[in-house]
Design a protein around this ligand. Structure first.
Ligand code: FES
Length: 490
């Protein structure tokens, strides 16, 4: 049985995104084993895997760190010494078994060669020829084995090192897989990976994050026993918010599906800062209390109420993988009720009330097909959130982001889009003129759809613009079955 790797782990070893690896597997039509691939296949696809690449500073993680400046992935990356020691002990066992097996094979081969050589002493001509052939064959196989196992062994060692630093978690029944770093809880790591795991208090009090360990070892981060009955604990139930993984885990956990609504939440949060991204755009950074992260899906909106009672619905412009640090965008001149608050600076440090989430302009997150995001004006907020979610989930083959009118030059948003494009092989970013005609934009979209008819298109912007684009597409007979649209006012 070949040594198998999950796609997530294989992508990490090859230093490519999971979407890119999936694309390659489909293109090359290589064999997979219920979604996993063998070490040999990975080496055949990527013969030049850089074995010396520091596995901790992986490319995708660097991109995510850039995408979410609030989070520093280099801090708290390593698990604590106790967990490291446990994983090192496990690794030691694996090494002992592997070395023992290797020693036996070598001894066996040496013995076989010696036996065959002694057979050569015998007189029969035919036997001599057969034995000679056999020796040549064995010698050749051993020579090839040396070379072949070199790359495999190094890949095996790289994988082993990754396993010491991070453990993987596979969720049942969805099959979603993610990695856990440092002393993150199983829940925290899942949310950072862009998954919609069920949770409530995040502190071991409500029981909403209850899940069942199917295999692997966990360690408690905090005491919480009274939430779970003795019977549940015996059956392997744990709280995802209060445990971390010691080894690779398989767990049964509840995830919110696309059709499910998340609970309505009302949270008092603090405006940390308001950044002017240009004369017409303000980026609002909001932080919720430690115990009240906002649960939302990329592309959704919430009602925001300021201290003086001004209230409006705003799309969340950040990734749901960080429910504490939220971002909102406010454009000037489009009649947003809190425009004055955002541009005068009076919003900074205010306590605001957030209610929601609402909306179904959502990423089809189980899809691996290419995605094209197009935003104009206020559509930038939901599209930014969707893009960050798509990058975090790392499932789509290709991601294209088209911003009509672009972003303000030199702004952090422009830098963010450019850094995605520079760092991700499967990401393309372009801006289009603010007055691009519906026909010209349609030409760009149909080109993407011709390249891959399964391309999913997400459009968000002012209602009149969305309607005109749809009308033009239908007039041209373009199949809009895979289009998701959102009319964005404020
Ligand atoms: S989220 Fe409340 S107990 Fe885990």
């Amino acid at each position: 049985m070949p040594q198998l790797l999950s796609l997530s782990r294989a992508a990490r070893l090859a230093d490519v995104s999971r979407g890119e690896l999936q694309k390659r597997i489909r293109k090359e039509r290589v064999e997979t084993f219920e979604g996993d691939i063998s070490l040999e296949t990975l080496l055949a696809l990527y013969p030049h895997i850089d074995m010396d690449e520091d596995p901790v500073l992986e490319r995708v993680q660097r991109i995510k760190a850039e995408a979410h400046p609030k989070r520093n992935y280099s801090d708290g990356w390593m698990p604590d010494p106790e967990i490291l020691m446990t994983r090192l002990h496990e690794f030691q066992h694996t090494l002992v078994h592997t070395k023992a097996a290797l020693n036996s094979s070598e001894a066996l081969l040496d013995e076989a060669v010696a036996d065959l050589k002694s057979a050569l002493e015998k007189p029969e001509q035919k036997l001599r020829q057969a034995v000679k052939k056999c020796i040549e064959k064995l010698d050749g196989a051993m020579g090839r084995l040396d070379k072949a196992s070199d790359a495999k062994a190094r890949l095996f060692a790289k994988d082993a090192l990754l396993k010491i630093v991070t453990a993987s978690i596979r969720l049942l029944p969805s099959g979603h897989e993610y990695f856990i770093q440092g002393n993150d809880s199983i829940l925290e790591a899942g949310l950072k990976a862009g998954l919609y795991l069920d949770y409530g208090c995040t502190s071991g009090n409500c029981g909403a994050c209850k899940c069942k360990v199917v295999s692997g070892a966990v360690r408690k981060l905090r005491q919480h026993d009274f939430v779970l009955s003795a019977k549940e604990q015996e059956e392997g139930y744990i709280l995802a918010c209060s445990n971390t993984a010691i080894s690779d885990l398989v767990i049964e956990a509840t995830e919110a599906s696309l059709s499910e609504q998340l609970p309505h939440q009302m949270i008092r949060a603090t405006v940390k800062k308001v950044v002017q991204e240009g004369p017409e755009l303000a980026l609002i950074h909001v932080q919720t209390p430690r115990t009240h992260s906002l649960r939302f899906k990329a592309g959704q909106r919430v009602k925001v109420t300021t201290e003086d009672g001004a209230s409006t619905e705003l799309y969340i412009a950040s990734c749901p993988c960080d429910g504490r640090n939220l971002q909102f965008l406010v454009f000037s001149g489009i009649g947003c009720p809190i425009e004055k608050h955002a541009f005068s600076g009076e919003l900074a440090k205010q306590t605001i009330v957030i209610e929601g989430p609402e909306g179904d302009f959502l990423l089809r997150e189980d899809s691996t097909r290419p995605v094209v995001f197009v935003a104009k004006g206020g559509g930038l907020a939901p599209v930014k959130s969707l893009t960050e979610q798509a990058i975090t989930i790392d499932d789509a083959e290709d991601i294209t982001l088209i911003l009509i009118g672009g972003t303000p030059p030199e702004s952090s948003l422009e830098n963010l889009c450019r850094s995605w494009k520079d760092a991700l092989d499967n990401f393309d970013y372009r801006s289009a003129a603010d007055d691009i005609s519906a026909m010209d934009l349609l030409a760009q979209l149909t080109m993407a759809m011709e390249e891959n008819p399964k391309t999913q298109v997400y459009l968000a912007g002012p209602e009149a613009w969305v309607n005109e684009l749809m009308k033009t597409a239908q007039g041209q007979g373009v199949n809009t079955e895979r289009w998701c649209m959102e009319s964005v006012g404020c």
